[in-house]
Ligand binder design. Structure first.
Ligand code: HEC
Ligand code: HEC
Ligand code: HEC
Ligand code: HEC
Ligand code: HEC
Length: 253
C-alpha cells in the first residue's frame, strides 16, 4: 500500500516535471495565450460560440499541430497526415492545385509546398477546418465533438469563420486567409538561393539552420516558419525579426 502510494507520488512528480518542461517557453510553451491557443481563445474573447460551435476544444493547445505524446510514436502519416504533424493534408495539396510563386528570375522553382509549410496552409488556405487533426488526445470524448467545424475563410457561409468574423460581429478574418493561390505571397519551399550556389543578391547563412538573428532555413529551404515563429508572440505577426530587418537578412538589395 505505502509502496504503491510512493510509486504514484513518484509518477505524479515525473509527470509534472514533463508537463512543466513542455509548457516552459524554452520548449515552445509560448503557444499558451496566443492566437494559436485553441483552448484559450474562448476565455480571452469572452464568447462561448467558438469551441462549442466553430471548433472542438481538445483541451490541450499542442495537438492542433503536434502528434500527442501518448500515441507512443504511432505513425500519423498512415492516416493521411502531413508528414511529421498531427494534421490531415489539405485537399489543395492532394490535387496539386497550389499555385506557387513563379517568375523568370527565380533560381529555384518549386512545385509543391514542404510539410512544414503545408502545416500552416492546412489552416490558412481556408479549405480545411482548424480542428481537423489526426490523433485526438487521451481523455477527449467524441461526444464533445462540435457540430460545425469552421475554416479560416472570410466567406459568409456555415463552414467559414467569416460567418461571424466579418468586422461587424467579430474582427475580420479575411486577411489571415491566404488561400490556395500563393502567387502573390513570398515564395516558399525553395532552396535558399544564398546556400547552394553563389547568388550575389543573397547573404550566405550563418550556419546550416539559418541566421544568427533567428531567421531559419529548413533543409536549406525557405518556409513559412523561416520568417514566422509560432512559439514567439513577442514580435508582431509572430515574425522572427521585426519587419524592418526581416528582408535584408536574406536579400542584399
Ligand atoms: C500552430 C501550430 C503549433 C502549435 C499549436 C504548437 N506548435 Fe510547437 N511547433 C510548431 C512548429 C511549426 C515548430 C517548428 C518551429 C521551428 O523550427 O522553430 C514547432 C516546434 C516545437 C518544438 C521544438 C522546438 C524547437 O526549437 O525546435 C517544441 C518542443 C514544441 N513545438 C512544443 C509545443 C508545445 C508544448 C505546444 C503546446 C503548448 C506546441 N508546440 C504547439 C507548431 C506548433
Ligand atoms: C529566409 C530568407 C529570405 C527572407 C527573410 C526574405 N526573402 Fe525574399 N526571397 C528569398 C529567396 C530564396 C527567394 C527566391 C530567390 C530565387 O530563387 O531566385 C526570394 C524571392 C523574393 C522575391 C521574388 C524575386 C523574384 O526574382 O521574382 C521577392 C519580391 C522577395 N523575395 C521579397 C522579399 C521581402 C519583401 C522580404 C521581407 C518581407 C523577403 N523577401 C524576405 C529569401 C528570403
Ligand atoms: C490549427 C490551425 C492553424 C495552423 C496549423 C496555423 N495557424 Fe496561424 N492562425 C490560426 C488562427 C485561427 C489565427 C488567428 C486568426 C485571426 O485572429 O483572425 C492565426 C493567426 C496567424 C498569424 C497572425 C498572428 C497575429 O498576431 O495576428 C500568423 C502570422 C500565422 N497565423 C502564421 C502561421 C504559420 C506560419 C503557421 C505554420 C507554422 C500557422 N500559422 C499555422 C490558425 C492556424
Ligand atoms: C458564432 C460567431 C463566431 C464564430 C463562428 C467564430 N468566432 Fe471567433 N470570435 C467571435 C467573437 C464574438 C469574438 C470576440 C470579438 C473579436 O475578437 O473580434 C471572437 C474572437 C476570436 C479570436 C480572438 C481571440 C483573442 O483572444 O485574440 C480569434 C483568434 C477567433 N475568434 C478565431 C476564430 C476562428 C479561427 C473561427 C473559425 C474556426 C472563429 N473564430 C469562429 C465569434 C465567432
Ligand atoms: C519571407 C518571409 C515570409 C514568409 C516566407 C512568409 N511570411 Fe507571412 N508574413 C511576413 C510578413 C513580413 C508579414 C507582415 C506583412 C504582410 O502582411 O505582408 C506576414 C504576414 C502574415 C500573416 C498575417 C497577415 C496580417 O496582416 O494579419 C499571416 C497569417 C501569414 N503571414 C502567414 C504565412 C504563411 C501561412 C506562410 C507560408 C505559406 C507565410 N506567412 C510565409 C513574412 C513572411
Amino acid at each position: 500500500m505505502a509502496q504503491s502510494k510512493r510509486y504514484s507520488q513518484l509518477l505524479m512528480a515525473c509527470l509534472s516535471i514533463i508537463f512543466s518542461a513542455l509548457l516552459n517557453p524554452a520548449f515552445g510553451g509560448t503557444i499558451l495565450g496566443t492566437k494559436h491557443d485553441f483552448t484559450g481563445l474562448n476565455k480571452r474573447a469572452g464568447v462561448q460560440a467558438m469551441p462549442t460551435l466553430a471548433f472542438s476544444n481538445y483541451g490541450t493547445p499542442c495537438v492542433h499541430c503536434h502528434v500527442p505524446p501518448e500515441t507512443n510514436g504511432a505513425d500519423a502519416s498512415k492516416f493521411g497526415s502531413i508528414p511529421g504533424w498531427n494534421r490531415l493534408k489539405p485537399a489543395a495539396d492532394k490535387n496539386g492545385v497550389y499555385d506557387l510563386y513563379d517568375s523568370r528570375t527565380l533560381d529555384n522553382k518549386v512545385r509543391v509546398p514542404s510539410p512544414i509549410s503545408l502545416l500552416c496552409l492546412s489552416c490558412h488556405d481556408g479549405t480545411m477546418a482548424v480542428d481537423m487533426i489526426v490523433f485526438k488526445p487521451n481523455g477527449w470524448i467524441s461526444s464533445d465533438d462540435t457540430a460545425l467545424h469552421f475554416r479560416i475563410n472570410g466567406a459568409n457561409d456555415l463552414m467559414s469563420c467569416g460567418k461571424c468574423h466579418n468586422g461587424r460581429i467579430a474582427h475580420n478574418i479575411a486577411i489571415k486567409h491566404i488561400g490556395t493561390d500563393l502567387t502573390n505571397d513570398h515564395p516558399i519551399s525553395m532552396t535558399y538561393a544564398g546556400l547552394t550556389h553563389v547568388d550575389p543578391d543573397f547573404r550566405p547563412p550563418d550556419g546550416p539552420y539559418g541566421f544568427n538573428n533567428g531567421v531559419k532555413l529548413y533543409d536549406g529551404r525557405v518556409e513559412c516558419a523561416s520568417c514566422h515563429n509560432i512559439h514567439n508572440p513577442d514580435v508582431q505577426l509572430l515574425l522572427r525579426v521585426g519587419a524592418d530587418r526581416l528582408c535584408e537578412t536574406c536579400h542584399i538589395k
